[in-house]
Write a protein that binds this ligand. Structure first.
Ligand code: PGA
Length: 265
């Protein structure tokens, strides 16, 4: 795992935006375009603002980009401000030149959920897989809505949210009682099939989850620890999020060496 410890959440945002732009530039002349995996929550908001700014400056285009979001609540209509459909439209899609027909957020309304999950997996396959999946991480180390105990072999399916997640996400609803109890989420095996993964985390509230995911054993009790199995995972985290890592100095040294190597190549 590449662990990049940065001085601020703004630096995390810039790092993530650079990674996305590198992919878009690399795929600029490829008829397949680029396939991005997207996340919701507070963490990627800075990234989306930065991508909108770079698009507005003419530095990037999303015209040939397809997207797949990690998850969506069950029982929330797409038009609701609490839905992840709405979040993506408001925080990214409506500000850029993306073809909305190429954007995919799991469908949970007026559909058979099992069929919707299977069709979501099928669409990822048809798109040729996800090139770069952006992830946040829950305080309990969930990724997507793969809560503690999620099978490391899981595919897209309905999961019940933990009390901790309900409490964390209550800020997006009028009260905790309104937070849906379930969501349709990409599975851990689905996430592990992405070409590359970029996990973002800021703040001391994520420090334990980061430590357990990077330095603990691989276990379904720490869903993000499954990322240790993936050969191309980068964690871009600020110092507070890195504060419990036993090997923080090693990760900082590895990044310094990487910078030296790229300057001399
Ligand atoms: P956050 O959520 O970005 O709002 O902290 C992350 C997550 O729950 O995956």
């Amino acid at each position: 795992m590449r662990v990049v410890i940065l001085d601020s959440s703004e630096a995390v945002t810039q790092f993530a935006a650079d990674e996305v732009c590198t992919l878009l530039h690399r795929r600029k002349n490829d008829p397949r375009g680029a396939v991005l995996g997207l996340a919701t929550g507070g963490t990627p908001l800075g990234l989306y603002r930065e991508l909108i700014a770079r698009y507005a400056r003419g530095e990037i285009s999303f015209a040939k980009v397809a997207t797949f979001n990690l998850d969506e609540y069950v029982g929330v209509v797409p038009e609701s401000p609490s839905s992840y459909h709405y979040y993506m439209l408001e925080n990214l899609f409506k500000h850029i030149d993306i073809d909305l027909s190429l954007t995919h957020v799991p469908k949970t309304c007026g559909v058979d959920l099992q069929e919707s999950a299977e069709s979501f997996e099928h669409k990822i396959e048809q798109a040729g897989g996800i090139d770069l999946q952006i992830l946040g991480i829950g305080a309990d180390a969930h990724i997507g809505f793969n809560e503690i105990g999620s099978s490391l072999g899981s595919r897209t399916r309905v999961k019940t949210l933990t009390q901790r997640t309900l409490e964390d996400n209550a800020r997006y609803f009028d009260s905790i009682d309104e937070v849906p109890q379930t969501a349709l989420t990409m599975g851990i095996a689905t996430i592990l099939e992405c070409q590359s993964i970029l996990l973002l985390a800021n703040g001391a509230g994520k420090a334990r989850a980061i430590r357990d995911s990077v330095e603990g054993p691989i276990t379904a009790s720490v869903p993000a620890s499954a990322l240790q199995l993936h050969p191309r995972v980068t964690l871009a985290i600020d110092r507070p999020a890195a504060s419990m890592l036993a090997n923080a100095d090693y990760f900082l040294a590895a990044e310094r060496n990487r910078a030296v190597a790229s300057r001399s190549s």
